[in-house]
Design a protein around this ligand. Structure first.
Ligand code: EPU
Length: 425
């Protein structure tokens, strides 16, 4: 869908309070995990995003009935899996949908899921997903751009991931929850989004031990019951607002926060000279009258500095006098923001996954987002300039930021865009 561009007039501080949405990257796997139960599941804290619409389209194809029972509450019911395939047309829209492989395999014993392909910032392999399922006893073949997975008995045994993968860990857990096997996953992801899906599954009667550690033990159960669950707050969205506050030298309060999920971001902003105060469920970021310092950042899997905030942080550092070095080994090609920031006067030199950033005063320019977090980075850059920046590619922002222009306006931002009316039924 082509959407009207965002028009942002920057150069003035933000103020006020904004409530973080619930987590996109936790909500998507929790929605998929509901496939493992034949009973009704009610999920609260589901952000109204285009990625959620995409996964619901896929779930509808598989046999899930859904109904929104509140602004952010969703009832899901999959009495049976009607189709055990996930075609390319649906998977190619959103790479995260690949984890339906494990869920369909667990529920029916056979799943055909299209290879997800690359994304705007390069290849995103799924070899670990496939190796894990094979090592645990599934038979997987590749044919015509599809993975076909089969099992004749419950998955069983031990698999050690060769690297930390959020989606790979999700997929292996989903495939192992039902049946009479015992699965041990070593070097599993400890990401907040993995922990959230485990807590959801355990609330429905799954037996998964070790959430938040690198070793997970999944004892199969015969069936999951229905239930209700609330998804965690979105640490990436919250981090985006924190970086925005720093970039505009403002004081902003964030509510609906898990400060423990944002330790790496808070620490880096403090290193730059920003005052970050944490409370139980709120964070206050105060950068008023501060001379911010350049910093070096290397992304890592959780609890390290998140790759999903790398473009936003690069935009902030592009405005901070001095030299900063930002490295993103997690996604080495996640650099689509750089050429657009150059158009706004940024001084960024790229070598491999390293950006050497010399702080400069940015100016307004027409720019285009090529992916979600690059779009957020361009907003941050726009907020620091005096003129009007026109940001195209807004459809990417709607994948991950709920009612963004309305919420920016709530912080005092001069932003114009016809709000997206998402088809949410
Ligand atoms: N990797 C492999 N082989 C695999 C799987 C992953 O080599 O089989 C590599 C990747 O290439 C990457 C690293 O492992 O270098 C981590 O990838 P991971 O599997 O953890 O990423 P993901 O599950 O595909 C999720 C988020 C991303 C986020 C990454 C990293 C969702 C829907 N997506 O992706 O979020 O960047 O974790 O934290 O949860 C976003 O929200 O903007 C976004 C892209």
């Amino acid at each position: 869908m082509q959407l009207t561009p965002l028009h942002i007039k920057g150069g003035r501080p933000l103020s006020g309070t904004v409530a973080a949405q619930h987590s996109k990257n936790a909500a998507l796997p929790v929605i998929v995990a509901s496939l493992l139960s034949s009973e009704k599941v009610t999920l609260h804290g589901i952000p109204r995003l285009s990625d959620v619409v995409t996964i619901l389209d896929l779930m509808h194809h598989l046999g899930t009935q859904h109904v929104w029972v509140g602004e952010n509450s969703l009832e899901l019911h999959t009495p049976e899996i009607l189709h055990n395939d996930a075609p390319y047309a649906l998977v190619s829209k959103m790479r995260a949908s690949f984890i339906v492989l494990g869920a369909i395999l667990a529920r029916t014993g056979q799943a055909t899921v299209s290879m997800p392909g690359g994304c705007a910032w390069g290849p995103r392999p799924v070899d670990q997903h496939v190796k894990a399922l094979r090592a645990l006893g599934a038979e997987i073949t590749e044919d015509g751009g599809n993975f076909d997975a089969r099992r004749t008995q419950a998955l069983n045994g031990t698999f050690a991931f060769e690297l930390l993968t959020v989606g790979g860990t999700h997929n292996a857990i989903l495939a192992s929850v039902l049946g009479d096997g015992v699965v041990t996953l070593e070097n599993a992801s400890i990401d907040t989004d993995v922990v959230d899906m485990i807590e959801f599954l355990n609330a429905l009667g799954a037996d998964i031990q070790g959430a938040g550690t690198n070793t997970l033990v999944i004892r199969g159960v015969s069936a999951l019951r229905g239930g209700a669950y609330t998804v965690i707050p979105d640490r990436i969205e919250a981090g985006t607002f924190m970086i925005m506050a720093a970039a505009t030298r403002s004081r902003v309060q964030l509510t609906n926060i898990r400060p423990d999920h944002l330790q790496a971001v808070s620490a880096k902003l403090r290193d730059m000279g920003v005052d970050v105060q944490e409370h139980d469920t709120t964070i206050t970021v105060d950068a008023r009258n501060r001379e911010l310092q350049p910093v070096n950042i290397t992304t890592q899997s959780y609890p390290g500095f998140p790759t999903d905030l790398q473009p936003q942080m690069s935009a902030l550092l592009a405005t901070v006098p001095g030299t900063s070095v930002v490295q993103d080994p997690v996604y080495p090609d996640r650099l689509t923001h750089v050429a657009e920031l150059h158009r706004m006067g940024a001084n960024i030199t790229v070598s491999g996954y390293t950006q050497v950033i010399q702080g400069a005063k940015l100016h307004a320019a027409p720019v285009k987002a090529a992916d979600l977090r690059a779009g957020a980075a361009l907003i941050i850059a726009a907020l620091t300039t005096e003129g009007e920046t026109v940001i195209d590619g807004v459809q990417y922002l709607n994948r991950g930021y709920e009612r963004l222009s309305e919420r920016l306006r709530g912080l005092g931002v001069d932003v114009q865009q016809s709000e997206l009316a998402l088809a949410m039924d």
